[in-house]
Design a binder for this molecule. Structure first.
Ligand code: NAP
Length: 278
């Protein structure tokens, strides 16, 4: 740990809960590799206190914050400026101090997903059919990023139809509500539900609907191998976890804060002891 001095700048992550967050590990690895006298710390902020965070950020001169549940919508509304992506999604996972006490809201989940997909598979979504399981915050960000990056079609499957419809409305000409038997037509299948997280070892969809030749990404990273990934791999499907997305969405935040290319390898290396190997 580098020594804290009067010149140390502070970044962090806000959420509730936040003790489990891997963001400080990723941020601090990046700051060290970039030779910055910056530090990232977790701030547990309850839902009803979120409204004070933006003014606290200004008062304390924080360089940036990663934003997680339950503050993503509020962060999008409270900043002085918002990226186009944030304006469309209505949610931000990153606040950036931009000088003169002003803040910009960004959402790096979608582009983090695309960068992670490319790192793991050398694949882009251009002209592909992408199936997205889920319609929550991560699914919305991934859906929008895929459409903006030239995916031909998004097939959306979600437990709650109203939420699926709201997600499909992000790009109605590209997104259709689908059923498991439609998954056969997808090139890439993404689990963006919470099903399969540690303590919830179910399958988001029966792997019998998938086929060899598809790329599967489960954006969950705890555990690194969900039951669904294991079953897909047993079928010979090229299947990847959420580790690369996690690293790349944080890397994009680092670049927003520092205007430097993020040290991806060092960030990933810092994570692995916390998660086990891939
Ligand atoms: P969220 O907004 O709460 O959305 C949860 C989604 O999971 C909803 O679509 C929900 O469906 C679905 N779901 C929950 N329980 C279900 C069940 N029993 N059966 C079927 N569907 C169920 O969560 P989020 O923020 O989008 O996060 C989703 C997942 O992505 C989490 O596992 C999170 O850790 C992961 N994530 C990973 C990264 C990364 O960098 N790798 C980044 C962000 C998120 P309903 O609409 O029907 O409730």
């Amino acid at each position: 740990m580098r020594s804290i001095t009067g010149a140390t700048r502070v970044a962090g992550v806000i959420g509730d809960p936040v003790a489990h967050s891997l963001s400080p590990t990723l941020h601090n690895a990046a700051f060290a590799a970039l030779g910055l006298n910056w530090v990232s710390v977790p701030f547990r902020v309850s839902a009803d206190q979120g409204k004070h965070v933006v003014s606290a950020m200004r008062t304390l001169g924080l360089v940036g914050l990663s934003v997680t549940t339950p503050h993503k919508d509020l962060a999008a509304q409270a900043a002085d400026e918002a990226s186009n992506t944030v304006s469309i999604l209505g949610a931000a996972n990153c606040l950036v101090g931009i000088g003169n006490n002003r803040l910009r809201a960004e959402n790096t989940d979608g582009d983090g997903f695309l960068a992670g997909l490319y790192e793991d598979t050398s694949t882009t979504v251009a002209n592909s059919t992408v199936a997205v399981l889920g319609a929550g915050g991560a699914a919305r960000a991934i859906t929008l990023a895929c459409v903006q990056s030239g995916a031909a079609r998004i097939l959306l499957l979600n437990r709650t139809p109203e939420r699926a419809a709201r997600c499909a409305a992000l790009a109605p000409e590209h997104v259709s509500i689908a059923k498991p038997t439609d998954l056969l037509h997808a090139d890439i299948v993404v689990n963006a539900t919470t099903v399969g997280m540690a303590g919830n070892p179910q399958l988001p969809v029966d792997p019998k609907y998938l086929r060899c030749g598809q790329i599967v990404v489960d954006i969950i990273y705890n555990p690194l191998e969900t039951a669904w990934l294991r079953e897909c791999r047993k079928q010979g499907i090229d299947a990847h976890n959420g580790l690369s997305m996690l690293v790349h969405q944080a890397a994009l935040a680092i670049t927003h804060w520092t205007a430097e290319p993020a040290p991806i390898a060092e960030m990933r290396a810092a994570l692995l002891p916390k998660l086990g190997s891939t």
